[in-house]
Design a protein around this ligand. Sequence first.
Ligand code: PLP
Length: 430
Amino acid sequence: MDRRNSPWIYLNLKVWGLGQSATLAINERSRELAAQGRQIYRLGLGQSPFPVPESVAQALRDHAHQKDYLAVKGLPALRQAIVDFFRRTEDLEYDADSVLVGPGTKELMFILQLTYYGDLVIPTPSWVSYAPQAQILGRPLQWLPTAPETGLGVTPEALDALCRIEPERPRLLILNSPGNPTGTVYSRDRLEAIAEVARRYRVLLLSDEIYSGTQFDGDHVSIARYYPEGTIISNGLSKWCGAGGWRLGAFVFPAGLNKLLRGMAAVASETFTSTSAPIQYAAVRGFQGGPDIDVYLDRSRRLLQALAEFAHARLVETGAEVSCPAGGFYIFPNFESHRERLLQRGIHDNASMCERLLEETGVACLPGSVFGRPPTEFSTRLAYVDFDGGPALEALAELPAGELPDAHFLRTWCPRTVAGFEHLADWIAS
Ligand code: PLP
């Protein structure tokens, strides 16, 4: 057969129509505009503004010579440091053998969805990559309805209503606290109530705790405390340790899910083999913690909290419906109260709202639709981390312990974030 006239490439149908991750796309467009000389306020991408703590960076330098492939589940010393971390921070007991280390939690989430057989259940809105991963793998996806009064997060009632329809169906619920894109943190009572429903229907739970160390009150609570037998915990260095580009994440499994862990480790052995050796050695230092990391976390949280409160107050002034984040890097306003005005300006959905905002003010943000909200709802995710965290953390050392930085501090050390929110608020009101 002569193949010269047939298509060169055949795309797997599951990947058909899948664009580049929305967060990366907005970043690229922002870079293009910046290259044209435009001032860009990068409220689109959520990467930690803070440097990796010096002791962790030093550990990486010290282990640059580590060149061997490591065990697929991870370096034993790192797995031990991770279980010690959960004992120290959450009072949870695991065996080092119950840890699977990977090149970022995103990759582990993909392998989990590939290995576990069941529907994916996530609230609307949810982080951008959970749903595309399900699509790539052909997993059925169920969106849980949410309400502003409950921080747009999972409620036990919504989970129960979904599970009741087909109680025997295997399901994987991802619970993310502090949450991306909303900054919502689940109370202990709510976690307990969700755990009760999950137990009733044997729902497998992935607790995405990647922002745990950024929770402003420093008191993160894992749902694994209430549902240990059915919860896998996901955490890593990307957010609280400022090391997104290092690509290190880990899952911790309860003993009863050992079969799933073994299945995932088998897939890992056939795909990424093992996570970068020097990074794993350095991560031991990160998970071990210590006084320097406590100070780093305390200062990061105070600055993030002050920025969240500033952003919230500014958005409320515009008439937006928005809850104040309790952790993480993001805030998720809804400008439905400006619907008529936006329509008059020819803006009919959240994607065109974000495009126009970027073109007219240089403020980059992400439309609510990429988080699973309806395209016509005027919601958007704004990240309040467009600043250089190194000098800001040093300046914070001058503040009395426990004090939040004031508006003057934010204008001095986080000028682009402050200006970005001011421009956004003016644009919405204009
Ligand atoms: N979960 C959430 C909610 C995130 O925001 C991110 C990164 O942006 C991840 C998971 C993935 O993190 P990583 O793959 O860097 O561990």
